[in-house]
Unconditional design. Structure first.
Lengths: 99, 130, 117
């Protein structure tokens, strides 16, 4: 169980698909990766499937706010964490960065 | 026997290098190669997996005189002489791209399935994507 | 926990330098030991003292500030490829070889990589 970190949007890159092949544990969306947390993102079904399988999906709050993405846009079930929470996740899980 | 001697059978968890990107369009695979060389020189346990478009790093016969980028395939094969046991490629990604092992450089290359990739990621303490 | 960080993106071109900075700060604030940030590929450019960004956050200053609390090491070879010299390094940052990174890798409990593009 690891923390898979995604930093690019699903609209342009298939990092979530790449991670999903092997992911267990948790997924954290950061930087442009937070766009995949939007309800209309092309990754919504894949993220939903991951969540159904027990993978926890998080999005970094500071990156969401910087982009004006608030609760109303978000895919249900995705949790937000701030940088402090990001560190908290790293305490729990070793990291797999999908750059 | 010196008390500082490592305990027989103690295994250090490997550094896993994931080569996801194809060569030359970005600097990442070349820098990943340099990373591998350095880690091997310092005798860290290293494993290298080529997946997604990263499999193209191992295609044989790379090179264009005008661009002068060198041949990363040959360079990766050269890692074997410096201590890397094998080059691992994800079979599903080879198949999806219709590339065969015979198209790749002549080196100890082993195709693994995604399930083994998961095991390698779980085993590693550190994962570095290139 | 002991945390090591690798940064593989340059200042402003990509958000990764900011992410690495904020993550390192948050980790220190939570009481962890950040062994260091190793600057690799374009990441070395965050250690350039000549960065001037009037009216904007200054990434060199941010990493200098971080360098006072942890090690910020720019890969010497990457620096040479980018024309960054020892004299250009910002305060609190140093030039180093892969040996520095290897030490972080050996000693860390957790290792993060920021970068891409």
């Amino acid at each position: 169980m690891k923390l898979h970190i995604i930093s690019r949007s699903a609209s342009s890159h298939s990092d979530i698909e790449a991670a999903a092949r092997i992911a267990s544990g948790a997924l954290l969306l950061i930087e442009d990766g937070v766009l995949s947390a939007v309800n209309g993102s092309p990754a919504r079904e894949l993220l939903q499937r991951l969540m159904d399988e027990g993978v926890l999906v998080f999005a970094l709050q500071e990156d969401l706010e910087a982009r004006g993405l608030k609760g109303v846009f978000m895919l249900e079930g995705i949790r937000t964490v701030d940088y402090d929470g990001f560190v908290g996740l790293v305490e729990k899980y070793e990291v797999v960065p999908w750059l | 026997m010196s008390p500082e001697m490592p305990v027989e059978g103690t295994s250090e968890r490997p550094v896993l290098l994931l080569f996801r990107r194809p060569p030359y369009g970005t600097v990442f695979p070349a820098e990943g190669l340099r990373m591998a060389e350095a880690l091997l020189a310092f005798q860290l346990p290293v494993k290298a997996v080529f997946l997604e478009d990263g499999i193209f790093n191992l295609v044989k016969g790379q090179g264009n005189a005008t661009l002068a980028f060198g041949d990363l395939g040959a360079a990766f094969a050269g890692l074997i002489a410096t201590g890397l046991k094998e080059l691992l490629v994800v079979q599903e990604d080879l198949s999806a791209r219709r590339v065969k092992i015979e198209d790749l450089v002549d080196a100890p290359i082993r195709a693994i399935r995604v399930t083994e990739l998961r095991a390698l990621v779980d085993e590693a303490k550190v994962v570095m994507p290139f | 926990m002991k945390i090591g960080i690798l940064l593989m993106a340059g200042p402003y071109q990509h958000e990764a330098a900011d992410t690495a900075y904020h993550f390192a700060k948050a980790a220190l604030a939570r009481g962890h030991e950040v062994l260091g940030v190793f600057l690799y590929t374009d990441g070395v450019n965050v250690a350039n003292r000549c960065i001037a960004a009037p009216g904007h956050r200054n990434l060199a200053q941010m990493f200098s500030e971080l360098g006072a609390k942890t090690r910020v090491v720019a890969c010497g070879t990457c620096a040479r490829f980018r024309g960054l010299t020892k004299e250009s390094l910002s305060t609190g940052t140093t030039m180093g070889g892969m040996g520095a990174l290897v030490k972080f890798l050996q000693d860390c409990d957790r290792f993060l990589v920021f970068g891409g593009g």
